[in-house]
Design a protein around this ligand. Sequence first.
Ligand code: X8Z
Ligand code: ZN
Length: 656
Amino acid sequence: MIKFLKRSSSGLALTTSLLATAAIMLSACDSKTADFEELAKTSEAMQAPPEPTVDKYGDPTGPATVQQAREFLEEAEAKIEELNEYGSRVYWVNANFITDDTNWLAAKVGAEAALLSTNLANRAKRFNDLTLPPDMARKMDGLKRGSNFPAPDKDGAAEKLSTLMTKLDSTYGTGKFIFDEKAKTSRKFEENTELNKNEVVLNLGEASDIIAKSRDPETLNAIWQGWRTISKPMKDDYASMVKIVNEGARELGFADTGALWRSGYDMPADDFVKEADRLFAQVKPLYEQLHCYTRAALNTKYGDDIVPLDQPIRADLLGNMWAQQWGNVYELVEPKGATKGVDVTKLLEENDYDALKMVQTAETFFTSMGFDPLPDTFYKRSLITKPADREVQCHASAWDIDDRDDIRIKMCTKVNAEDFSTVHHELGHNFYQRAYKDQPVFFKDGANDGFHEAIGDMIALSITPDYLVKIGLLYEKDVPGADADLALLLRQAMDKVAFLPFGLMVDQWRWKVFSGELTPATYNSGWWELRNQYQGLRAPNERPADAFDPGAKYHIPGNTPYMRYFLAHILQFQFHRAACEQSGFEGPLHRCSIYDNKEVGEKFNAMMEMGASKPWPDALEAFTGARDMDATAVLDYFAPLMTYLEDQNKDRTCGW
Ligand code: X8Z
Ligand code: ZN
């Protein structure tokens, strides 16, 4: 995630306070010098041309010119750059050290950013009727979209919005609950709560480990419920926030905030909805087969009461707090008698990997493709393990502090396969940021947000058994043969295919929230309807009337749009297939690794350094030759698995 630019298109503290001060001084002068001015006006009118009039932003009224547009963009660029760096540093400190004071600072700079972005978006409207050169028009369009969380142009709105957003984020980041290990129950954590015997306080990292490893349904249910106690108190703040950003979005000319988000893909917003549906329709049959197969395996493990074969799957049984990736329960679905694939967690442990070594290994992948090594400051300034003595926002993120070389990650890395993948994901953001650092600030972004999320994931698809041999994690003799392909593909599908409907439903929910189709009273039931519809999942227990389960997923209180991850899960396979074709690889896609391939690296970099300077189909074409997002790459990759799943499921009643 690129924290600052993403969170709000930008802002500038100085502008705001200067503007405010100027307004106060002007009105004071006005009243004192009224008589003098009247006199002056009459005499001046005879001699000098009238003073150009200005609008409420201080911009000249009357027909706008291309030169004025150019100057406005230069001014905007300078202000954005300045506030970006300042804001990034404040946000960095806040995320690495969550306290009341750093929350205060983050809320303050967030308000400044919201004010600047609203100011620039409104001022950009002045150039609406002007035909601008394409580059300038693209910059102007970006400004007119404001930010993903726009503040309306009225006193106090930016401050209120930013305070709410900071509070939601830190509530998630500091969330904990109480778990009774013996009774297998959980309850809400409050400061100074006295713990009973057998009770422990758990944070998300600890709770996630239990969800990943425990196979006891009662424990899983309790942990799952426990984590969802942290989000109940968010509901009212979330509803207030929605109201404010919707007002901001309407001022920018959008029906609601969802429409604003959907307008960010170089195509009409309605077309984007169709595009997402089209992509999901391509992969839905594969997901349905995986769901059917997984449910049957869980039924074998847990029995009919816990996993009935005609019901959606209980969401706490899939090895992940949100059931968004299922790889942690791979051992429960492993094809019986089939040759084993590789267990990356085990290899990392056996080879004494720590968080630093994981990051260095991921870096080496990129440098092997010809990318420059990360700067020394990356290792000096990044946070890669959870500190014991302070509150940090553990949700992994990648940062570009100065929009040039000061790139970092922040991640509470654990030594396991999931985080090994995530480390590559995060470095993908950083290498992308550095590739487009010479673009103007408006274009320092992914071709679309799905591209940003797909870069590192595409690299991680190259973590094949042969690659693991090259980096010394696996002995040559232990490389599984072709008879292990099924196991390798199923392990991958449990993460990547399982994710697809989740990736889509999160913003389906938010779109409904922003449009008003869901209200605070139906936030939670609406969430579960979508979980059911898209993922075929159900809550393990009756949800309390005041539950706010969406808030237990980082990107809701963290206010990060989610469609990007759905797109990334399609794009990464498209990138991977293109890269493997370029490298002349002829085997199955899941055995292809582009490690050490400089030609692919050069072409990948050519796409990456474009940033957001051109519509995303241009960037996609630069690397893959195609101009459309296309899920056939997912289907190609998993084709042998699909055949197997269909065969296994042939006597089952699939669906929910
Ligand atoms: O949030 C992330 C990254 C940071 S951009 C760790 N991801 C999504 C999630 O965790 O829900 C990566 C995959 C999906
Ligand atoms: Zn990411």
